[in-house]
Design a protein around this ligand. Sequence first.
Ligand SMILES: [Zn+2]
Length: 182
Amino acid sequence: MKKKINSYIVPFAVLKPGEHSYLFSVEKELFTDNNYDEIHDCQLKAHITFTKNSAIVNVTFHIYGTINVTCDRCGDDFDMEINLDKNLLVKLDSIVHSEEDDMISLGKDEVDFDIAPYIYQYIVLSLPMQRIHPEDKDGIRHCNKEALDKLKNLEVKESSEEQYILNTNKLLQHLKEKPLNN
Ligand SMILES: [Zn+2]
C-alpha cells in the first residue's frame, strides 16, 4: 500500500470484548492511490464485524456493491457486481508481527489496525480474468453493438488480408513446383 487512508483505521487495542460492527464506504481512491487503474470507479460498502475474545479478534468482511471496469468484449465501461465474504483472524500482543493467509499477528505496540489493504486485496483478487458485460434476465448482454460491429469489420478485413497472403504463398509454391515455361 502506497498510502494510508485514515478512514479505514480501527483502534483495535481499545475495542472491548464482544462484537463490533462497522460499515465503511469504499472510495475509488483506494484503487487509484495504489495505481490500480482497472477499477475506474466504485459504489462499494464494506460491512466489517470484529469479534474480540481476549487476545484474538475474528474479523469478518462482507464487501458488496459495484465497480466500474472495462468490458473485454466491446471495450465499453460497465458496473460489475461485487459480493464477497472473507474472514481474518487477528492475534494481539504477539512477540513479532507476522502474516499468513487468513491470520495475522500484531505486535504489542500495534494499537491500530488498517483494514484498507485487506479490502483492496480481497476486491482485486476476486476480479475474474475476463470481464464482460453480464447477461440480463433474458440472457442478453448489453455490449456496445457499434463497437462490436466495428471489431467484426476489422476481423473480416484482417482475414481477407490473411487470405490474400495465403493465396500469394500458394501461387508462389505452385510456381516453384511447376515453373512457367519461358
Ligand atoms: Zn461489453
